[in-house]
Design a protein around this ligand. Structure first.
Ligand code: C5P
Length: 226
């Protein structure tokens, strides 16, 4: 089986209050994007890693990946569009499966990626890494309307792994019919009632979104290197 990876990295990261995209912040001696890409390259079963970058990106050209499995394409106006463009980029040398992983999640462990890949191939069904919600969840605007039972709640992480043809078709339709609801790959599959497995992954596979996430990521990446 041929498995490709897509890394959407075309966001501007406005919540980080930086004047450059957050994936170019440096931790130890590498950008967040490089840490992320190397986590995927650690899996020999991945044949290609496509990074979707913004047309306005002035930083990507400063990075060199020596592994010839890495290539880049242009992203789009939303995460879903960026992933869709990357899938179209892969169409000529079509993989059987694709793993989509946020550039902003450098903490994922190759072991967790491998678990997801094994589960999806074994069950012949797409799936995502996810972690069970630990907090008590409240719904409301400025006051609590209700407490949402958390027994069945999961936080969706990445990677998310699907059959290439199915994801391409689901994203195309989702982007046409309900673009704002497609905040991850699974949501495009769900609206077509396609099954998606929940594969338990480490909750410290955080998405670096705000400045405090960056501090946490520095600490955790240092610990991984020990
Ligand atoms: O903005 P958010 O943190 O949800 O972005 C998740 C991932 O999607 C990031 O890696 C970001 O670079 C990527 N993204 C993208 N194209 C966009 C917006 C976000 O590739 N237009």
């Amino acid at each position: 089986v041929k498995i490709a990876a897509v890394i959407p990295a075309a966001g501007v990261g406005s919540r980080m209050q930086l004047d450059f995209p957050k994936q170019y912040l440096v931790i130890q001696d590498q950008t967040i994007l490089e840490h992320t890409v190397h986590k995927l390259l650690a899996l020999p079963c991945i044949t290609t890693v496509v990074i979707a970058i913004s047309k306005e990106d002035d930083y990507f050209s400063d990075i060199t990946f020596t592994d010839n499995r890495v290539c880049a394409c242009f992203g789009g106006a939303s995460r879903a569009e960026s992933v869709f463009n990357a899938l179209k980029h892969l169409r000529d040398d079509k993989p059987d499966w694709v793993l989509v992983h946020d550039a902003a999640r450098p903490l994922v462990l190759p072991e967790d990626i491998a678990t997801l890949v094994t589960q999806c191939l074994e069950k012949d069904e797409g799936g995502i890494l996810a972690s069970k919600v630990k907090d008590t969840i409240k719904q409301g605007d400025t006051k609590i309307e209700k407490t949402v039972p958390r027994e069945q709640l999961w936080s969706a992480l990445t990677p998310q792994m699907f059959k290439f043809d199915e994801l391409l078709a689901a994203l195309e339709l989702g982007l046409k019919e309900a673009p704002h609801t497609i905040t991850d790959e699974a949501s495009a599959m769900e609206r077509l009632n396609l099954p998606v497995q929940l594969v338990s992954g480490r909750s410290d596979n955080i998405k670096i979104t705000s400045p405090e996430d960056y501090d946490l990521a520095c600490y955790l990446l240092n610990k991984q290197k020990e």
